[in-house]
Ligand binder design. Structure first.
Ligand SMILES: *Cc1c(COP(=O)(O)O)cnc(C)c1O
Length: 410
């Protein structure tokens, strides 16, 4: 708060956006280099999404989902189910944000085992999660996270779990007590764009099958084309038992999330009142949000969004390699589809002290040239909206190049 309230550096006030660009109240334009914190898919003020919101607004903005339903919510659920292989993730639970999607996934898994029947199942009360994971800020999800700043003081009072680094650590764990394994597939975003080895997800899936436990995927970031396919898990032909989706669900317009589950899990909640999954929020199934998500999904079809990604992904890769050469201050570059990040390094190869906030400085310098992004410590993230043009990708990476050269000269 001290930094935020520092009068010498007033916050940037954003007032409008169009396509991949956002504008501040003084009329300065910036490329939205982190998709407004990883959410935006088809750009700002997309005419199809804007119109869908206006049309829905002419009907109703919100009505309760508790004991009632609404058309956009039902249509959205149907559409989402069809994005996964037939008879897999058949059931959709609506909520409001990525943290809640994951919190619901965890509670759903625990309650599933409690209600499934036998006492053996009821022993499944623990989770497995990964070092450096990030699953959101609600208490349960945060406690499974592996980043100190977010999990912090809560991990002792959160959900019981085993934190592992790699799949090799699984042998140390008694699988009969595991309710589920939670993972961000292919890439850990908040950890600093850390990519998993190829085939790792498939191997984990085999382990959960072998040990009769649930695989819970956090695709809050990776969902909706961000990795190049609609969902990250498709790359390894894996379908989980439960999946959490949020960020890109409404194309970066409105807070909405879903937790999808298999029919098998749904069946455990198909009892009387006491078998209810008590997680109904005031804004659950918000019609404006659901109409927005439907429009977002329709654009993937009308604009063939996924077909245009390979050349953008390659362009990003080539340009980042280029500026690594020209600046000499880029360490490892990591990329998973349209999610890219690189570590800063000192020219003389001495380790960077992250408390010097070099990442923040580089992003500040890039801002002066017209790019907005946010670092994870000393990792610079580049993740523009999926429909960003090749020229604009080049513009953004040029801004990073200029910023890196200036930082290096400091
Ligand atoms: C952003 C994120 C979340 C939390 O989503 P919110 O909508 O910010 O609550 C959870 N998991 C992952 C992988 C994320 O990137």
């Amino acid at each position: 708060m001290k930094n935020w309230c520092d009068k010498s550096e007033p916050p940037l006030v954003i007032s409008s956006g169009l396509g991949s660009w956002i504008e501040d109240k003084n009329g300065n334009r910036y490329l939205d280099g982190n998709s407004s914190i990883w959410t935006n898919i088809h750009g700002h003020q997309h005419p199809v999404i804007d119109q869908a919101i206006r049309d829905q607004l002419d009907k109703i903005a919100h009505s309760s989902f508790l004991g009632l339903s609404n058309e956009p919510a039902s249509l959205l659920a149907e559409k989402l189910v069809h994005l996964f292989p037939k008879d897999t993730l058949n059931r959709v639970f609506l909520s409001d944000d990525g943290s809640t999607a994951m919190e619901c996934a965890l509670k759903m898994a625990l309650q599933y085992w409690q209600q499934k029947g036998d006492t053996k199942c009821q022993k499944r009360t623990q989770f497995i999660s990964f070092d450096h994971a990030y699953h959101g800020d609600t208490l349960g999800a945060a406690s499974l996270g592996g980043i100190g700043a977010f999990a912090g003081g809560y991990k002792e009072i959160g959900l019981p779990h085993h934190k592992i680094k790699t799949l090799d650590d699984l042998i140390k764990i008694d699988p009969s007590q595991i309710a589920g394994v939670v993972i961000e597939p292919l890439v850990q975003g908040a950890a600093g764009i850390k990519t998993w080895p190829d085939g790792m997800l498939k191997e984990l899936r085999n382990w959960t099958h072998k040990n009769g436990t649930l695989l819970i995927l956090d695709e809050v970031l990776t969902g909706f084309g961000r990795t190049g396919t609609m969902f990250a898990c498709q790359k390894e032909n894996v379908t989980p038992d439960i999946i959490g989706l949020a960020k890109g669900l409404t194309g970066g317009y409105l807070p909405l999330a879903v937790t999808m589950a298999t029919e098998e899990i749904f069946q455990a909640f198909l009892g009387d009142y006491h078998d209810t999954f008590f997680y109904g929020h005031s804004y659950t199934g918000n019609p404006l949000g659901c109409a927005t998500a439907l429009a977002n999904l329709s654009i993937f079809e009308t604009e063939n969004t996924l077909d245009h990604l390979p050349e953008k992904i390659t362009h990003t890769k080539n340009l980042l390699e280029q500026i690594s050469e020209t600046t000499g201050v880029i360490g490892e570059i990591r990329q998973c589809g349209m999610i890219a990040g690189f570590d800063l390094k000192n020219k003389d190869a001495t380790p960077l002290d992250w408390e010097l906030l070099s990442g923040v400085k580089v992003c500040q310098l890039a801002r002066n040239h017209g790019l907005i992004t946010r670092p994870v410590r000393d990792t610079i993230v580049f993740m523009p909206p999926l429909n960003t043009s090749l020229e604009d990708i080049e513009f953004g990476i040029n801004c990073l190049e200029k910023a890196l050269l200036e930082w290096n000269a400091l």
